[in-house]
Design a protein around this ligand. Structure first.
Ligand SMILES: [Zn+2]
Length: 264
C-alpha cells in the first residue's frame, strides 16, 4: 500500500467518525453544554489546523515509511523471530496501545510533560472536537517516540495502520458528549474505553484526572490499578481547576501555556 492511500484511509476514517459522533452527540448529549460550543470549536479546530500543517511539514508519511523500512530490512525485535504475520500484527497493535497508555500516564506525572498536556485538559466541556485539542509540542514529542518504537519493535505495517486508525476512532468516541446506552457502556468498559470512563479523566478533581489513561484498551488501567469508575457522571466538572474561565482560554493563551506559570 502506498503512503498516499495510507493518508487517505486516515482522513476518511477521521472525517467519517467525526460526523458520525457529532450527529449522535448533538442528538443525544449526556448533559447540556456550559460554555459556547461555537467558541470552543473555533479554538480547537484552529489548533487542529496549526498542528496538521506543522506535523505534515515535519513527519509526513515518516511513521508508515519507518514501518515499511524495518519490514523490508528485517529490523527490530519482531523480525528476529519467525512468527505468522497475524501474530506480528496483533503484537504490534497491543504493544503500541500499551506504550500509548504509559506515555499518557507520564504526561500527567512528569511536570514538564504536563505543561503541554494541560492544554488538552483545559477544555471546559468535552465533545468530539476536544479530541483535536493538543499542544503541538506534545504531538511532536509523541511522534518521535512512536517512530522510535516502530523501529525498535520492527512493527508490522498493517498493524501500525490499524492501530493509528483505531486510535483516531477511539479518541473521537471517548471524547464525545454522546449519552451511550447504559448496557452498551457496561460491556464496552470490559475491554475498551467508553465516553463515561474518559470523562472521569477530564475531571477538575486531580485524583479523578490521574486515572483512566487508556486510549483503546481499558485493560492497562485494570492491570496497573489506575482504573476509576466510582464517580457520579452528572457531578463531574470538566477542565483544570486553575483555568475555570473561557476568557483565559483563547488560542494565544493555549499556544503559550506550556511556557507560562506551572499549574497542577
Ligand atoms: Zn490526559
Amino acid at each position: 500500500m502506498h503512503e498516499s492511500s495510507h493518508a487517505l484511509i486516515q482522513v476518511i476514517s477521521y472525517l467519517g467518525a467525526l460526523f458520525f459522533f457529532l450527529f449522535f452527540e448533538l442528538a443525544h448529549p449526556y448533559r447540556p453544554s456550559t460554555v459556547s460550543k461555537l467558541k470552543r470549536w473555533v479554538i480547537n479546530l484552529s489548533i487542529l489546523g496549526i498542528n496538521t500543517v506543522i506535523l505534515q511539514l515535519l513527519f509526513a508519511g515518516v511513521t508508515i515509511q519507518t514501518a515499511r523500512y524495518v519490514t523490508s530490512n528485517q529490523l527490530g525485535v519482531l523480525n528476529m523471530v519467525v512468527l505468522p504475520s497475524g501474530v506480528k500484527l496483533l503484537i504490534t497493535f497491543i504493544f503500541m496501545d500499551f506504550i500509548l497508555y504509559v506515555w499518557h500516564l507520564l504526561n500527567h506525572q512528569v511536570p514538564l510533560l504536563w505543561r503541554f498536556h494541560l492544554v488538552h485538559h483545559t477544555d471546559l466541556n468535552m465533545d468530539v472536537i476536544t479530541a483535536n485539542r493538543f499542544h503541538v509540542g506534545e504531538l511532536v514529542i509523541s511522534a518521535l517516540i512512536k517512530i522510535s518504537l516502530i523501529y525498535f519493535l520492527g512493527a508490522d505495517r498493517l498493524g501500525v495502520l490499524i492501530f493509528e486508525s483505531l486510535t483516531l476512532l477511539s479518541t473521537q468516541f471517548h471524547h464525545s458528549s454522546l449519552k451511550a446506552p447504559g448496557w452498551f457502556e457496561k460491556i464496552f468498559w470490559i475491554l475498551f474505553v467508553p465516553p463515561s470512563m474518559h470523562r472521569i479523566h477530564h475531571s477538575v478533581v486531580i485524583k479523578e484526572r490521574n486515572s483512566n489513561y487508556g486510549a483503546i484498551l481499558s485493560v492497562w488501567d485494570r492491570i496497573f490499578g489506575t482504573l476509576r469508575n466510582d464517580v457520579d457522571q452528572d457531578k463531574i466538572r470538566i477542565g483544570v481547576g486553575a483555568y475555570p474561565k473561557q476568557e483565559k482560554l483563547n488560542l494565544h493563551h493555549l499556544l503559550i501555556m506550556p511556557f507560562t506559570r506551572p499549574v497542577r
